[in-house]
Design a binder for this molecule. Structure first.
Ligand SMILES: Nc1ncnc2c1ncn2[C@@H]1O[C@H](COP(=O)(O)OP(=O)(O)OP(=O)(O)O)[C@@H](O)[C@H]1O
Length: 322
C-alpha cells in the first residue's frame, strides 16, 4: 500500500512549524541570490527584492527558464539561499511558518497516483474528515467523484484530485506552479473563482506561475503582476495601477480588440526580454572575439592564415600537385 507521505513528497507541501506573525507581510524578499552549485555555478537569481501584501493574488510571469519554479520552491522553504526570504515574518528555510502550501507539477508524474486507489480512500488517508466542509466544496468546484479509481482516470482528472488533496487543509499562502495546465477551461475557471474567494474571504495570499492566458478567465483574476526576467523580479505592480497594463487595456479598448490585454502585455514583456538577452549575448560574443584578437599569435595561427591566403600547400605537396 503506498504511503501518503510518499504521495505528497515534494508536491503538496504544508509547512507546520511556527505560528504566523499577524502584522508581517505575506512575502518579503531582500537581496536574494541563488545558484544550483556545482563546479562552475551559474547564477539563477540575483538581487531579487519583492514584497507581497496579504490577500494578494499575484501572477508570476516570465519566459521558460526565468526562475519562477526556483523562486516558488525557495519560498516553500526547500532551498537555503543568500539574502533574506521571509514568509509571514519567518525565515522561509530555517523557521517556516504554518499554512504554506506548495503545489508543483512533479506530483502528476508520480506513479503512485496511478495506483488502484479510490479518491475517497486517498482523501480519508490525508485526514479529509477534519476538513469535511472544505473537502466537499473542493470536490464540487473541481467536479471530483469520491468513487473514482485513480488508475482509471485521465491526467486532467488525476490533477483535479491532486488539487482537492492539496487545497483541503486551510492555507495562508499558496504557491502554485502551473498545476492548472491540464484542466479543462470550465474547471479551471471554477478553480480560479474559488481561489479568488479564498483570498477575499480569508485574506489568504496566492503566488501563481502560469503560461496559460485564457482570456477573461485569467485576466480578471490577479490583483498584481510580477514580471521575472534577467535573473530577478523586474516589477510587481497592482493590476489597477500598473501604467504598462493600463496602456494595453486602453489600446485594446480603442481598437476594439477582442483578445486579452493581459496576454498582449505578457507577450510584449517576453519579446523584449528575449531581445535584451540576445543583445547581451551578442555583446558578450563580440567582447570574446575582441579579446581573442588581443592574444599573441601562435605558430598555428600563422600557418592557418598562410593556408587561407595560399591554399593548402602541404595537401598539394603530398597529392603531387604543383
Ligand atoms: N536542478 C537544477 N540544476 C541546475 N540548474 C537548474 C536546476 N533546475 C533549474 N535550473 C536552471 O534554473 C533556471 C531557472 O529554472 P526554473 O525551473 O526556475 O525556470 P521557470 O521560470 O520555472 O521555467 P518554466 O517556465 O520553463 O517552468 C533555468 O535556466 C534552469 O536551467
Amino acid at each position: 500500500m503506498p504511503r501518503m507521505q510518499d504521495l505528497l513528497a515534494n508536491n503538496v507541501h504544508v509547512q507546520s512549524k511556527g505560528a504566523i506573525d499577524e502584522n508581517a507581510q505575506a512575502i518579503e524578499i531582500t537581496d536574494l541570490s541563488f545558484d544550483y552549485g556545482g563546479r562552475n555555478p551559474v547564477p539563477i537569481l540575483s538581487n531579487v527584492s519583492l514584497t507581497i501584501e496579504r490577500g494578494s493574488r499575484v501572477l508570476l510571469v516570465g519566459a521558460n527558464g526565468a526562475g519562477k519554479t526556483t523562486l516558488l520552491r525557495i519560498l516553500a522553504g526547500k532551498r537555503l539561499v543568500k539574502g533574506s526570504v521571509r514568509v509571514f515574518g519567518h525565515d522561509a528555510f530555517l523557521d517556516a511558518p504554518k499554512g504554506v502550501t506548495y503545489l508543483g507539477t512533479e506530483w502528476a508524474g508520480n506513479p503512485i497516483v496511478k495506483a488502484d486507489l479510490s479518491v475517497g480512500y486517498l482523501l480519508q488517508s490525508m485526514g479529509g474528515d477534519r476538513f469535511a466542509e472544505r473537502r466537499d466544496r473542493l470536490l464540487e468546484v473541481l467536479e471530483v467523484d469520491v468513487d473514482w479509481h485513480m488508475h482509471q482516470r485521465s491526467d486532467g482528472e488525476r490533477r483535479r484530485v491532486q488539487l482537492v488533496m492539496g487545497l483541503m487543509a486551510p492555507w495562508n499562502l499558496l504557491l502554485m506552479d502551473e498545476v492548472t495546465v491540464d484542466l479543462d477551461v470550465l474547471v479551471r475557471s471554477q478553480l480560479l473563482q474559488y481561489l479568488k474567494e479564498e483570498t477575499e474571504q480569508r485574506g489568504a495570499t496566492i503566488l501563481y506561475a502560469t503560461h496559460i492566458f485564457d482570456g477573461k478567465c485569467l485576466s480578471q483574476w490577479p490583483t498584481h503582476l510580477a514580471h521575472m526576467a534577467d535573473r530577478t523580479v523586474l516589477s510587481c505592480n497592482s493590476t489597477e495601477t500598473s501604467p504598462e497594463y493600463n496602456l494595453f487595456k486602453q489600446y485594446h479598448k480603442e481598437q476594439q480588440l477582442l483578445d486579452s490585454p493581459l496576454m498582449s502585455l505578457c507577450i510584449d514583456w517576453l519579446r523584449r526580454d528575449k531581445e535584451r538577452l540576445l543583445r547581451a549575448r551578442q555583446a558578450q560574443g563580440s567582447e570574446r572575439r575582441l579579446s581573442e584578437t588581443d592574444k599573441p599569435k601562435t605558430r598555428w595561427d600563422e600557418l592557418s592564415e598562410d593556408m587561407k591566403t595560399y591554399g593548402d600547400k602541404y595537401y598539394n605537396y603530398w597529392s603531387g600537385q604543383p
